[in-house]
Design a protein. Sequence first.
Length: 107
Amino acid sequence: MANFESTENITNDGAAVLVLIVEPWASEFSIPPGATFVVRATSEVQGALEVEREPARVTCWAWPHSTVEVWSGDRLIDSLDRPVPAVPEGTSVRRFLRGMFGHGETS
């Protein structure tokens, strides 16, 4: 049973569709204007979602051993139930994958 949880409310305040990406699954969701999606990660290992916000998209990065659900109101949009693999100690999933794919790290 999961002991740790991290939740992010992603609201589209713009006039165009906002893209939500959940990593490391590379799952992509379209959030219509005015809508809010909830990204809920749980794990038996302590951690938190890392969130990157850009004008046209938001990326949520889960932490090792966590699973994620994406909700729109009371409707489950997707259940990403394959736990995130471990990464080297001292790094995050975001930093590890960006390093592996040569994207560098901005923060």
